[in-house]
Design a protein around this ligand. Structure first.
Ligand code: SF4
Length: 452
């Protein structure tokens, strides 16, 4: 090995540094030199570390100094880091498509920010899910519509107390605040159930599963995509609720999710790899649910708002106004098969009181609808997005390029735990999400097949 004169003496004395810290100091001090501004010094250091474990480290420092996009150069290393056969949840796919570098930090490096657990919010969510599960599994939907309010509230109360005793050691040692918070969650569950019962009166869909597990050996086999490099992406998860409408030998499936955040479904987001969770579950049930449900056909996805405040009303609003606002706030939103029979099976009369589809004055079906062919194309689209994700991760593509734009992704970086790691600035590039109207998104989807 040959050195240029400007190489520090302690590096010239031996080929291997004694301490890594010393070398790292040299690395950091040498960053400008590696940009080629002092060629002899730069060249000697490059030669000195060539083939050593520090070569890669120094390259990373140089890349950071040059602000080059993050990537893992060695595909084999990337494949090992993310696994050749990847097992992920739809929410991980959501993280990947919101920012690949964030995915790398969170699921590749498993870097987690220590934070104070918001135990109350978590327990409240669990309690609400638990109550809905117990009540929906105890009776058929139509039987629930016959349940007097007093019986419903008594049963919800009993479920709540059993939950507190079984999972929280009883009320005795509990703080007043936590008790109040749990009672509020119980009341919210009653309100959600009352709204559901109103909907069940006019619906022919029947709840067939609650907290359904999609995983190997569980309720439904998971969704698996093969990758061109021989690897695979397997998606598993838990579905809040599955409803089925059986008609003429077909099992029309509806996937239902309880949402506290009031998220609106936007088909256009799927083209950017976002908002796919419910659709992934639906596609999985469509493919793998035949044994359980019969000849499956996708009927739609629905978000049920898991809060129903009557806010946005004047202080002296009448009881009727409050009820009408509650109904409006509680209306489910999602995407439904473009078939009047199915819309009518979800809400008899197709008035759009409970779902976001209705028949207008001209007698035409309106709303967030998609044809059977559209669902088929969407299945292909989602498969290709998941394949692209797996293939890109295996190639080490982990660029910090956040998806920003539509309502749910306005502040992608603001609440990210890794902003100090990626060192993003306002001036850096973003992946801009276009706001695409539903009709336009349907056209794009259908057009994608014609484009070939
Ligand atoms: S701050 Fe933004 S760019 Fe950086 S990792 Fe997070 S989402 Fe990605």
């Amino acid at each position: 090995m040959r050195f240029y004169p400007a190489v520090p003496f302690f590096l010239r004395k031996g080929f291997r540094p004694l301490k890594e810290s010393a070398v790292l100091k040299v690395h950091l001090r040498s960053v400008p030199l590696f940009s080629g501004r002092i060629p002899p010094y730069s060249a000697s250091l490059k030669e000195f570390i060539a083939g050593t474990e520090y070569e890669g480290k120094l390259k990373s420092v140089k890349n950071a100094a040059d602000r080059l996009p993050f990537r893992i150069d060695n595909a084999e290393t990337a494949t090992r880091l993310f696994s050749r056969d990847m097992y992920i949840s739809p929410s991980k796919a959501e993280v990947y498509y919101s920012c690949a570098f964030r995915y790398f930090c969170q699921y590749g490096m498993k870097v987690k920010k220590l934070r104070t657990a918001d135990l109350d919010a978590r327990i409240n969510g669990l309690l609400i899910h638990h109550i809905l599960e117990k009540i929906l599994l105890s009776r058929k939907n139509k039987e629930l519509t016959l349940m007097p309010l007093s019986e419903l509230t008594a049963e919800v109360g009993a479920i709540t107390e059993a939950f507190i005793t079984e999972f929280m050691g009883g009320r005795e040692e509990m703080s007043v605040l936590l008790k109040r918070s749990l009672d509020k969650a119980k009341d919210t569950a009653v309100q959600i159930l009352l709204r559901m019962i109103e909907e069940f009166r006019v619906s022919r869909f029947e709840t067939v599963a609650v907290e359904l597990e999609i995983a190997h050996g569980k309720d439904i086999e998971p969704y698996r995509i093969k990758l061109p490099d021989g690897g695979s992406v397997t998606i598993s998860g838990k579905v809040d609720r599955v409803d089925v409408f059986n008609d003429e030998g077909k099992a029309y499936l509806r996937v239902v999710d309880y949402k506290t955040g009031g998220k609106d479904f936007k088909l256009g987001d799927v083209f950017s790899g976002l908002n796919m969770q419910m659709l992934i579950y639906l596609m999985c049930l469509w493919d793998n649910g035949k044994e359980k449900y019969g000849n499956t056909v996708p009927a739609g996805i629905m978000y049920v708002p898991a809060n129903n405040s009557g806010d946005r009303l004047p202080r002296h609003a009448t009881k009727e106004e409050v009820e009408s606002q509650k109904l409006k706030n509680g209306r489910m939103n999602g995407m439904i098969l473009n078939d009047e029979k199915i819309v009518d099976a979800m809400e008899e009369g197709c008035e759009g009181r409970f779902i976001n589809a209705f028949i207008d004055k001209k007698g035409e079906l309106q709303g967030t609808l998609l044809s059977y062919e559209g669902f088929r194309l969407l299945h292909e689209k989602i498969d290709s997005m998941l394949e692209e994700m797996g293939a890109s991760l295996h190639l080490g593509e982990i660029e910090a390029l956040p998806a920003v734009g539509s309502s749910s992704y306005k502040n992608t970086c603001e609440y990210c735990d890794y902003k100090d790691v990626c060192r993003r600035t306002e001036a850096d590039e973003i992946r801009e999400l276009k706001s695409i109207k539903h009709a336009e998104a349907v056209k794009m989807l259908e057009g994608s097949e014609n484009d070939g």
